[in-house]
Design a binder for this molecule. Sequence first.
Ligand SMILES: *[C@@H]1O[C@H](CO)[C@@H](O)[C@H](O)[C@H]1NC(C)=O
Ligand SMILES: *[C@@H]1O[C@H](CO)[C@@H](O)[C@H](O)[C@H]1NC(C)=O
Ligand SMILES: *[C@@H]1O[C@H](CO)[C@@H](O)[C@H](O)[C@H]1NC(C)=O
Ligand SMILES: *[C@@H]1O[C@H](CO)[C@@H](O)[C@H](O)[C@H]1NC(C)=O
Length: 854
Amino acid sequence: MRCFEGLGSQQMVKMKGGKWIPLVLTVLFGFMGHGSYSLFTPVDHYLIACGSLQNVTFSGQTFVPDSVQSSIALKSQYSIISTSNASAPFPVYQSARIFWSILSYKFDIKQEGRHWVRLYLYPLPDSGHNLTFASISVVTENFVLLNNFTFKNYNGSYLFREYTINVTSDTLTLNLIPSNNSVAFINAIEVVSIPDELLPDQAQSLSPSAPFSGLSEHALETVYRLNMGGPLLTAQNDTLGRTWENDEKYLHVNSSAANVSVSPSTIKYPPAVTPETAPNWVYATAETMGDANVAVGNFNITWVFPVDPNFTYFVRVHFCDIVSKSLNTLVFNLYINSDIAIGSLDLSLSGFLAMPSYKDFISTSAADTDTLTVSIGPDNNADIKNAIMNGLEIMKISNEARSLDGFSSVESLLVSRSKKSKIGIIIGSVVGASAAVAFIGLCYYCWFIARRSKTAHQPHPWLPLPLYGNSQTMTKMSTTSQKSGTASCISLSSPNLGRFFMFQEIMDATNKFDENLLLGVGGFGRVYKGTLEDGTKVAVKRGNPRSEQGLAEFRTEIEMLSKLRHRHLVSLIGYCDERSEMILVYEYMANGPLRSHLYGTDLPSLPWKQRLEICIGAARGLHYLHTGAAQSIIHRDVKTTNILLDENFVAKVADFGLSKTGPALDQTHVSTAVKGSFGYLDPEYFRRQQLTEKSDVYSFGVVLMEVLCTRPALNPVLPREQVNIAEWAMSWQKKGMLDQIMDPNLEGKVNPASLKKFGETAEKCLAEHGVDRPSMGDVLWNLEYALQLEETSSALTEPEDNSTNHIPGIPLTPLEPFDNSLSMVDGVNSGTDDDAEDAATSAVFSQLVNPRGR
Ligand SMILES: *[C@@H]1O[C@H](CO)[C@@H](O)[C@H](O)[C@H]1NC(C)=O
Ligand SMILES: *[C@@H]1O[C@H](CO)[C@@H](O)[C@H](O)[C@H]1NC(C)=O
Ligand SMILES: *[C@@H]1O[C@H](CO)[C@@H](O)[C@H](O)[C@H]1NC(C)=O
Ligand SMILES: *[C@@H]1O[C@H](CO)[C@@H](O)[C@H](O)[C@H]1NC(C)=O
């Protein structure tokens, strides 16, 4: 009776309005099924693999590394990337960006409206940081998405979160905030447009029953999305990239439900419901009563969902009658919690079977319990006692604090960070200020690492250290072996890769990698002291054969080093790749790293003049890297442990494992993952991820300050304003009182003009912006000048001229060739020969006076 009325009234409406055509259209649409809909194409579609070095394919979708997306901006004081070799639950979790200060992703939004924001987190076990204890908050401009989330007390190995956010401007910023002193990380992010029609602004609220409006001003978090009685659907089965899981584990009583399914092609979408509402796979399966037609009146199927009782939930129930044989036979009730949401629901009121529909509700009544229940049960008046549900979505609605996690607002999360962190780096923005906290975290981290390596390798306080070499010896050796043409267990497999060593030779040289000969341990592997058959002392760097990244660095290093020959660059003697070993052989540098002559050891203090000469040597090496090769080479890890001293205290720049070729003509920068060492990193490099030669200049500025003040670049045990040498020394330099913090051993032994020049040079290197920093060639000139001032200190008063390009009245010491094109052609046979240097001096002189148009 009632059923008849239902059908009748539907037709009546259509007839009264005289709209036969729409009815026909409805029929047509209905039977054309989902195939007639053009698929939704999201205008904004960002799938970001954070910290990844390559595209990642997951669930049929391509996630692009965060470093290569031009329409997202990455703002951070400091972040590193990590790629896992261990098994991640899904490919998208294999890489991460790890950070200690607020990291912001800013997305250009082309179309305002609701967007999915999906976050992927997995604490990579082999990242070198204890990410399980990391604590992170994620906020947009308006909403708190995650508040102090940590895996420490989370029941799961990875975290996937999906939010919908109504974006009403042309950008969306995701701020990722580590808790105080914590590390934080992110593996992947999605920001994707959603069709406007998908989510309403208004829905029916239950108990009290009233319309709830303004939904679009809230952020939502998907807490459950179920494909009733059906298989797991993932992003590749859903045009909106959603995941629908099977409902079975939420059933209150397992036997109460029985699954049914039909072929998805039988699903006929009406105009108001599209595959974007839910894929046909959702509507083609359902749970029905486990024992249909039972007489018991109050039989029902109940699903129980744990929820946070402090929130209101948006509940969408999907229906599609795939069980009935004829119209109006299936009539049932829907309950949410203990409220009746719909009584006597007849799905065939539309006039069709297998036609999808959905109903939305707002559930506010979970406040006293931490579960939300959804039930269906037969209607007492129905002919057939059954009930059906095809899909269910439950979304958390943001609260008054505009949060989806706790009661802290965006402002309080951002501000609390900045309040607790007054250590001098006051940058005008909230983000900048908050970064300071992370800086403490960073210092703590350095201290921790330093302590760890100290305890692990007590005998070598200057660890971890890379490699040594000596280009002069190298040149002689190679020349000899080539001229003589004898094999004598030396084979030159490639004229550009130096000498090939057999593994046995390496074993003999290092006494089978005797741990007593261990010189250091670095990211790449271990460095041993060795002695070749002819008595030459060498440093043998043995890579860890399993590391893929290591293999890449190994190749980079061989290629790079074997092309570069310079008196102030550590160069390669040879290599061994037998038995999948990755071994590099360098000349032994008798006096080790510069750092060990500055502090932390009992070695005698170096006089000022010698320090200047060492800095000049290192500057020459870097200048050669930047300008000497066909393509500029950026060192990327300039620091006092990478400047090595030979037996005559000649400085050589070491460790090209991290090197990258500099800008080519068509590029303005090299965008790359942040690598390098704490305390030396160019602040612009953090911010913009843009690597230029000026990043090396910045790091070299830190080295200069370290040489003058004989203290580490970062020393977290010092008062806060002193922790970072760059800031500390700059504040004194700006007051013109650098002598106040210099090495006490130098007091009274430095010519003030020389010191002044040195301080000015370091200051320029440490300029905030790369464009304001001098080139390495200019730095070299200024250091030469400082040396001249020191040497002629008694005779000269400081000239007024501040120019960096020409210094009148001061005789210059010869500079050496940097345009070493010969060595590029034949890396083995050439090199820097002192005679050649002298011959080339005048040519180079003019080039340095007028550095190439840079
Ligand atoms: C990575 O994916 C993007 C987008 O699909 C594509 O444009 C790019 O060429 C891919 N890059 C590589 C290296 O495959
Ligand atoms: C449907 O029910 C059958 C029988 O109980 C079961 O074997 C099957 O796995 C279920 N299918 C789904 C998708 O749950
Ligand atoms: C989901 O998509 C994948 C890949 O296209 C396919 O293998 C799988 O069968 C699909 N699942 C369903 C339920 O259609
Ligand atoms: C569902 O059935 C159980 C008993 O099986 C009953 O206690 C409960 O009240 C029913 N729920 C509804 C909403 O009818």
